[in-house]
Design a protein around this ligand. Structure first.
Ligand code: RFL
Ligand code: PHB
Length: 416
């Protein structure tokens, strides 16, 4: 039963999900005088503590600055000019800044990004309902769709001009289109990542991505006191299969190289993450726009998921601003095409990194040699290193969406 209370019944953009995509969109819209309401089915505490991404592209950092949510990031983020790739103990540095005319990446944890965005959104008068579960979307074919949601034991309806489906891979938005409207493409990898947070200073200044015959490992970090590390594990594994001693033993073996020691410390958290690639096409149905993990997933090997969510958000924000401020719907119509070329570029890069660096049990010997040869090319050919560097810092994917923007403008006879 619908109730009468003080909750807003209407807003311009109804946003489902308070992840990076939903929160960033809400704040950017607010700064242009466009109203939104964010519905999030988890508690504030839960969304602020979920351990996930750590690597931010410059585009993402710039967008967080534009949203006024980067003061802590600018103070605490760790700027990295290079990244280390290791193959059975042989290390190669990809000099990101040198190869990309000065670009770099920043290490700053996703929970911190979320805290900063929520703080900023609330201090600027934003409306976020936590523990508000969106249950369905109606009227997407009309100019006033409705999001139904439950909150504090009651059901409510929120009318809006547009719905932004920022509700992640398990959200409900994709299901609001007629069956078969969205085409999905996916690939599930036959391995997972076991991720740990450990209270110990990072043993490296730059991230180390390692292929080892025992499996992949990654040494990342959160601060000068906290390390973030991952090991490839079997999809059937549970965290109980991985006592602390086993994790450290594998990390020593997989990341090890001459004259270098991995420092151990107390493990604060362990989680297992499946590895999947997934794309939805198109990313729009009528007045519903999908952004971030709701539309696509990448395996985390390229550090791209949050960055893609931010890039979609920017594209959607520009389109909504043009609609409200200039009465121009061109960018809204082109939203999906503008995102998808970038999305497929990032999919290809994430798949490339994943397949180059993971051990596939039972892989034919021929394919193992190809995998090693791929790594050899990187270490011997500057052009190959540059391609990796441009993709890693995000220039390549930006170029892909700009390519689409140019094509669309040409087709419409618009100047860029
Ligand atoms: P999110 O963050 O999943 O947020 C979606 C939100 O929607 C809510 N929700 C609902 N709310 C209301 N009603 C419903 N019916 C709802 N259904 C769902 C959910 O509770 C949630 O709060 O999606 P968003 O905003 O698209 O952001 C995507 C990123 O979170 C994700 O891509 C990254 O975490 C991926 N990722 C990485 N990305 C990077 O850019 N760099 C990295 O270094 C990186 N490392 C990683 C990662 C993801 C990982 N895991 C755990 C999957 C490392 C790992 C291990
Ligand atoms: C992380 O710090 O959690 C991280 C960094 C790089 C990746 C994935 C995860 O590619």
């Amino acid at each position: 039963m619908e109730t009468h209370d003080s909750r807003p019944r209407r807003t311009q953009v109804g946003i489902i999900g308070a992840g990076p995509a939903g929160l960033l969109l809400s704040q950017l819209l607010h700064q242009q005088g466009i109203t939104s309401v964010v519905l999030e089915n988890r508690s504030r505490e839960r969304v602020e503590t979920r351990q996930r991404a750590g690597l931010l592209e410059q585009n993402t950092v710039d967008l967080l600055r534009e949203a006024g949510a980067a003061a802590r990031l600018d103070r605490l983020g760790l700027v990295h000019d290079g990244v280390l790739l290791s193959y059975n103990g042989r290390r190669h540095r990809v000099a990101l800044s040198e190869l990309t005319s000065g670009s770099h990446v920043t290490i700053y944890a996703q929970p911190e990004v979320i805290k900063d965005l929520i703080t900023r959104r609330l201090e600027t008068g934003g409306t976020i309902f936590f523990e508000a579960d969106a249950t369905g979307i109606e009227g997407l074919e009309t100019d006033s769709p409705t999001i139904h949601y439950s909150h504090e034991g009651e059901t409510h309806a929120l009318q809006c001009d547009f719905v932004a489906g920022c509700d992640g891979f398990h959200g409900i938005s994709r299901q609001a289109a007629p069956a078969g409207f969205f085409k999905t493409y996916d690939k599930i990898y036959p391995y997972c990542w076991l991720g740990i947070l450990a209270r110990v200073a990072p043993s490296t200044d730059e991230l180390i991505y390692a292929f080892h015959e025992r499996g992949f490992a990654l040494h990342s970090m959160r601060s000068s006191e906290i390390s973030r590390l991952y090991v490839q594990c079997d999809p059937a594994d549970t965290v109980e299969d991985w006592p602390d001693a086993r994790i450290w033993e594998e990390l020593h073996l997989r990341l090890g190289t001459a004259n270098w020691t991995l420092q151990e410390g107390p493990i604060l958290e362990k989680t297992i993450t499946p590895m999947r690639s997934f794309v939805t096409e198109p990313m729009q149905y009528q007045r519903l726009f999908l952004a971030g993990d709701a539309a696509h997933i990448v395996p985390p090997t390229g550090g791209k998921g949050l960055n893609m969510a931010a890039a979609d958000t920017k594209t959607l924000f520009d389109a909504l601003r043009a609609y409200y401020q200039d009465a121009d719907s061109t960018l809204l119509h082109n939203y999906s095409a503008a995102c998808l070329r970038r999305v497929w570029r990032v999919q290809e890069f994430s798949n490339y990194m994943t397949e180059m660096l993971h051990q596939l049990p039972g892989k034919p010997a021929f394919d193992q040699h190809l995998q090693q040869s791929r790594f050899d090319l990187l270490t011997t050919c500057e052009a190959a290193s540059r391609v990796v560097a441009e993709n890693y810092v995000g220039i390549a994917s930006q170029r892909a969406s700009e390519g689409v923007a140019a094509t669309i403008s040409e087709n419409l006879g618009l100047s860029c």
